[in-house]
Write a protein of this length. Sequence first.
Length: 527
Amino acid sequence: MATAPVWIDGRWMASTGRDSFAALDPATGRTLEDRFPVSDRAECDRVLAAADAAFARLAGVPREEIAGFLAGYAAAIDAHADELAGIAARETGLPVSPRLKDVELPRTTGQLRQAAAACRDGSWALPTIDTKGGIRSRHTALGPVLVIGPNNFPFAFNGIAGGDFAAALAAGNPVIAKGHPSHPATTRRLAELADGALQTCRLPSGTVQFIYRMSGRDGLALMRDPRLAAVGFTGSKAAGLRIKEACDGAGKPAYLEMSSVNPVIFLPGAIRERSAELAQEFATSCLMGAGQFCTNPGLVVLASGAETDAFIADVRGRFEAAAAGTLLSPQVRDALLTAVGAVRAAGATLMTGGDAVAGDRVAVENTLLSVTGTRFLAEPERLQTEMFGPASLCVIAADIEEVAAILGHLEGNLTGSIYSSRAGDDDAAYRRIEPLLRRKVGRLLNDKMPTGVAVSPAMNHGGPFPATGHPGFTAVGIPASLRRFSALECYDAVRPDRLPSALQDANPTGAWRLVDGRWTTEPVTVA
């Protein structure tokens, strides 16, 4: 059976790969009809060669051309929102509305437009000028970037439309987009729209390319190739660590979003004050989207007591009353069941759920587990196994000091939340535990669930290992996310007419620049 074409160096062509795959509709358990190729080593090499050639030419292209493509691409996605949402719903089981069409697609096009604006402005590059020393520097494009998207966001984190894609391209880099096998038709349609948007721009062929899949061995070989400058990845910890090892060995950055249990601490005063409200808020957050969010609250820490027992019983009832959501794939289902089994084997008690839902639909029962603080401290690593799906573990500590000890054993996470009394009853406890949680998470929240990531310049969607591969960068938030895919260039005593425009005295770009310790858009004037 013929397979879908790949997009290499500006042309759609038949793949030379011999292997193929098909996606599955998780709502019915049926395999979908289209087949997609697994690119072989030779095809990966052609993609990389085209990206390398495009990078050499992109340096001379006005940034307005890149910005124009990003904005035009966003408009094309908006114009095909119904079609795209329908394709993605069939491949992922996620609802067209509100999830895909009304929430994720607008976020995706918003990111593309923000990236276009940052590209036009140029301030993201942090042009810095020391007039006395005659030294000037800026961030600039790094080289070809491989972007690998996850299964759970078919648009907002897609390899050819998501945040890593937008950031890498806005910084001036060619992008090699690798689709995810859970939604190949969705990604193909996005690539077709990207191709259409490129037709109106003067960008080199090979600036954006797309393949569906490659073997693990060929993918790691591509990452080790010196022509590839960086990797952006969102996915499992196991795959992320293999990517990190390959990139570290080749001396190049890999920006990885991997694993996070996103601890939520409910202090005693908050539970006394608004127990039912918090139980509903937590259950809604944990079960939303069948729990398939990187910021899903998978670990809850509480101090023991009768009110805590009643709170957990309330949460359990809400889990049991809610319908089990559809999971993205059989692989997600199987990984979730394995993770739940590992947490139970480490000493947790199953309170509800824990089994696959009967029938063809890919689903697992809403699952709640509990463990004592003492047991958690005896098995902290195993009890922090990420359960990607509608599952969470309640850790019941003896007192606030044991809560503090538990936080001291946490791994790095994307987020951490503390709920406390509005009347101030928990202020002393908050002051005790907040410093401990703060250094374990990228984003600290108060009285708010972590689900959802705003596309804000102030956002940090990152965190300490193993949430990410590097704690100093964010996958969401423009302009900061652009600087991941950049190199810092310094010019020392370079003649004025040889400087890049962003560092020239006249500042023809109009960007914000740090001139002798002061941020300004004004031209440099030397007395």
